[in-house]
Structures are given as C-alpha cells and as structure tokens.
Design a protein around this ligand. Structure first.
Ligand code: ARG
Length: 460
C-alpha cells in the first residue's frame, strides 16, 4: 500500500522522484481559501439533498474552518507527499475530526474541485485588479483635467506632427485602459459558472443539486457539460490575454514616459520617490518603474503562450497537463496587478515641463497643417496648399525659424492669399483650440471628455 489517499490499488509506494515531480502544493496552496469555500458549499449541498446528515455537515464545516484558520496563520504543515492543496486539506480534515472527514469527497473529484478553485480565485483577483485599474484611470483623468491647456507636440513616426493638449494624451491612455477593463468584466462573466458536480468527468450518481452549490459560491450558473467543466481552461487563457493587452498598453505608456523623461525630450519629470539612481554615475535619475513594466510585459505574453500551448492538444476530459496552468496564470495575475498598482501611484507623481514641450513643438513646425488649412479657407485646393506650405517649411528650416516667426512679406512670396490674420492661426494655442469637435484636442473638449470619462467610471 502506498499510503496515499488514492493508494488502494497500489502495492508499492511512490518513488521519491515521482512525488517531487508530480507535487503542486508549493504553488497551488495559494488556492487554499477558495478550496475550503468550495468544500463548505459542497457539503452544505450534500446535507440539503440528504447524502450527509446535518451533524456530519457541521463537523466537516467546523474542521474545514479550523484548517482555514491554521493556514491563514501560517501554522499548517504542507506536505509534498500529499501532492496538492486538495489532498493536504482533506488529509488534515480526517486527522482533525476523524472518520467523518472522509465523507467530504463524496460525489466530487479533484477535477471539478480544481476547476472550481481556480475560477473562485481568479474571479477575486479580477475584482481587485479592476479596482486598481479604476484608480489608475481616475489618476489619468485628474492629470487630463489639470493639464488640459498644456501643449505637447503630438507625434507620428516619432516625428513632430501636430500640437495636442497633454490632457488629451492622458485621455488616450484612459481609453485603452477603459477597453481593457470592459474585457476583464466580460471575461469574468463568462468564467463565473460552476464546474462542481461534474466530478471526475461524467457527473455523479448522488442526487446533487448543482444550482445550490453554484449559488452558495456566487456563481451565476453552472457549466452545462460535465466533460467541458473539468477540462475547460479557456477562461485562464482569456484572462491572460486580457492581462497581455493591459501590459501591452502599460508598455506603450512606459516607452513614452522613458522618452519624455530623457534629457533629449525633457517633457516631464517623475517624482524622486518613483525613480532610482545609479551605483556609479552620481548624476543619474532613472525611470526604472516604466522600464520594469515594459520588461514584465514579455513575461505576461509568455504566460499567455504557455497556456495556449498547454491546451492545444488535450483530448477530453481532464489531463494532468492542466496542473501546469497554475504557474503561468498566477504569474500573469501577479505581474499585471503589481504593474497596474504601481502605475496608479506613479501617474500623480508625473510633473510636466510645458516650456520644453512648446519649444519642441515649435522646432518641429507643428502648425504647418494649420497653415495649409488656412490657405484652403482662402480658396486654394488642399493639394496645392500642401505644396505651397512645403516650400514655406523649407524656407523656415533654412532660416531656423518657426512658421509663426516668419515676416508676412516672406510668407507672401509663396502665396499672396496670406494675410495678417495668419498669425492668429499659427500659434500652438490656436492650432489646438481649433480642433473643437468631440474627440478633438481643444482644451474645452478635453475638459468635457474628462468629465465624461469620470462619469463612465462611476457608472461601470
Ligand atoms: N492538482 C491537479 C491540478 O492542478 C488537480 C488534481 C487532479 N489530479 C488528478 N490526478 N486527476 O489540476
């Protein structure tokens, strides 16, 4: 006899190497609280349908709760020989409350048990991640409102394109995260159904009430098919894909922050509390947080790939391969949560340097499009206007001046339609203010968009 909970048919004990290779308790013990919640719901249901007596139910629940307390206090001795979180807890239960503890696993398998545990665990993590995302989005809206009038050069191809409000830029980040949030909510909704009752794969002959245990655990319904219930992990893949998108967005923001904080851009500063120094170069103040977040993005993509690959050739129903779902999933959860959390704290620590932003916008002739649009308003076709302004741009670059600093006489050499009123339109402020449709960068529009963003956050 092997001495295992499943050891009845075995005559030899498990090889030590095998024990070490198959054990998951080191990483799945973080599911303990969910495992206990699932077990309590299961025995409560079993007593309701008459499979357990109420006295048995009460003893088991008390035992499980005591074990939960021990675990929370760090006073539980986990054993590799007991393989996983489920059997560690079940074995301890029988030690604590005697033979009645052996009834816990009636009409259940570790296969529906683990599928339940992960869903409960992930559901809670999604809820907490959503709270942190909301904090980060609120921080972005705060900056957007504060800096609606601050002008930064907008880029395409990382070449100066047109001036935009810095607040507008912050609200672009907001939109990315807002979609990420709705993807998480969607993922949670699809995931929140109960596998309990699927047992090993085929269901159970006990007169269980799957809706009862599902409701106790806060699930919105039950998995419709027992084979699918124990073998589905696409909720984990879906979450990791949501996490990957969040990290991708954070990584893009990180890249911008790193650039903006460089001496070459000099657009922003990040509070000392959120930067680190160099062990050799005394002058350094480095944006390590954005860099680390950018780096961690690769890990989460890797977690997603690991999970996709894990599932790709599994026949129905449960296979032990699935035990490999936990480390990538937990890593994706931990990484995305830590990244969003630190970003929620970092955003308010950003200060802007409007003079450097303005200077860069001017150096890049960011209002050239406005000059072309002006010519169109004077009756010139846009393509012709584009060509005329192209010549003026060459002239300005050669003279080392911004468009707005060229004398009227010089401008008129290229097009006699240009008048004194051009100078009102070539300033950065005028350029930004002119884009005053919804979704545009005019400061009033940015303030209105920020208000709507706040409302959307409150109504989600
Ligand atoms: N520890 C396993 C997992 O993580 C659950 C146990 C199912 N094991 C089994 N031999 N059927 O998926």
């Amino acid at each position: 006899e092997s001495g295992k909970l499943w050891g009845g048919r075995f005559s030899a004990s498990t090889d030590e190497l095998v024990e070490e290779f198959t054990a998951s308790v080191d990483f799945d013990k973080r599911l303990a609280a969910c495992d206990i919640d699932g077990s309590i719901a299961h025995v409560t249901m079993l007593a309701r349908v008459g499979t357990l007596t109420e006295a048995e139910r009460d003893q088991i629940i008390k035992g499980l709760k005591d074990i939960g307390t021990d675990i929370a206090r760090g006073e539980f001795a986990w054993s590799n020989a007991l393989e996983d979180v489920h059997m560690n807890i079940e074995a301890r239960l029988a030690e604590r409350i005697g033979d009645v503890g052996k009834k816990l696993h009636t009409g259940r398998s570790r296969n529906d048990q683990i599928a339940t545990d992960i869903r409960l665990y992930l559901r809670n993590e999604i809820d907490e991640l959503t709270v942190d995302l909301d904090r980060m989005m609120t921080a972005l809206v705060d900056v957007a409102e504060r800096e609606a009038d601050t002008i930064i050069p907008g880029f395409t191809h990382l070449q100066t394109a047109q001036p935009v409000s810095f607040g507008h830029h912050m609200l672009a980040w907001f939109e990315m995260l807002y979609r990420d949030r709705s993807r998480l909510v969607d993922c949670r909704r699809r995931m929140n159904v109960s596998p309990l009752g699927a047992a090993a794969l085929a269901g159970t002959r006990f007169p269980i009430d799957r809706y009862d245990s599902a409701e106790q655990l806060g699930f919105d319904g039950i998995c419709e098919n027992s084979l699918d219930a124990v073998s589905d992990r696409d909720f984990a893949i879906e979450f990791s894909s949501c996490a990957s998108l969040i990290m991708m967005h954070l990584s893009r923001m990180s890249e911008e922050l790193v650039l903006w904080m460089s001496q070459q851009f000099g657009f922003i500063d990040i509070d000392d509390a959120f930067c680190t120094g160099s062990s050799i170069m005394p002058q350094k103040k480095n944006p390590d947080i954005p860099e680390l977040v950018r780096g961690k993005t690769g890990r989460v993509y890797g977690d997603l790939m690991a999970l996709l690959t894990l599932m790709k050739a599994q026949p129905l129903a449960y296979n032990r391969d699935n035990q490999e779902d936990k480390e990538p999933l937990f890593d994706a959860i931990d990484t995305v949560r830590a990244s969003v959390k630190i970003y929620a704290a970092l955003i308010p620590a950003i200060t802007v340097k409007p003079d450097a932003m303005r200077e860069a916008a001017r150096r890049g002739l960011a209002t050239a499009t406005d000059l072309a649009d002006y010519l169109v308003e004077k009756g010139i076709a846009f393509r012709d206007a584009h060509a005329i302004v192209g010549q003026i741009v060459s002239h300005a670059l050669a003279a080392g001046k911004d468009l707005v600093d060229l004398p009227l006489a010089e401008l008129r050499q290229y097009c006699s339609a240009i008048d004194e009123d051009i100078f009102d339109q070539l300033s950065l402020e005028a350029s930004v203010a002119a884009r005053r449709h919804p979704g545009g960068t005019a400061p009033d529009q940015v303030r209105a968009a920020a208000r709507r963003a706040r409302e959307r956050l409150q109504n989600t």
